[in-house]
Design a protein around this ligand. Structure first.
Ligand SMILES: [Zn+2]
Length: 63
């Protein structure tokens, strides 16, 4: 049996150790504390791209 060690990462806001993948930091309450700034930026950008693509498609089909 493999002994899985819990992966901890520093919270991106308060820098306290948080378990990887937790929804909320137990120390400061930040959402997705293990998600890096770069990662959340990628998520935001891709969300904007998707919304823009949907908007463009709607405009195209309304013609
Ligand atoms: Zn925190």
């Amino acid at each position: 049996m493999s002994d899985r060690t819990k992966k901890t990462l520093p919270c991106r806001y308060c820098k306290n150790e948080v378990e990887k993948g937790v929804k909320r930091c137990p120390h400061c309450g930040t959402l997705n504390p293990s998600m890096g700034v770069k990662q959340s930026l990628i998520w935001t950008v891709s969300a904007i791209v998707v919304l823009y693509a949907i908007g463009a498609a709607v405009r195209y089909f309304k013609q």
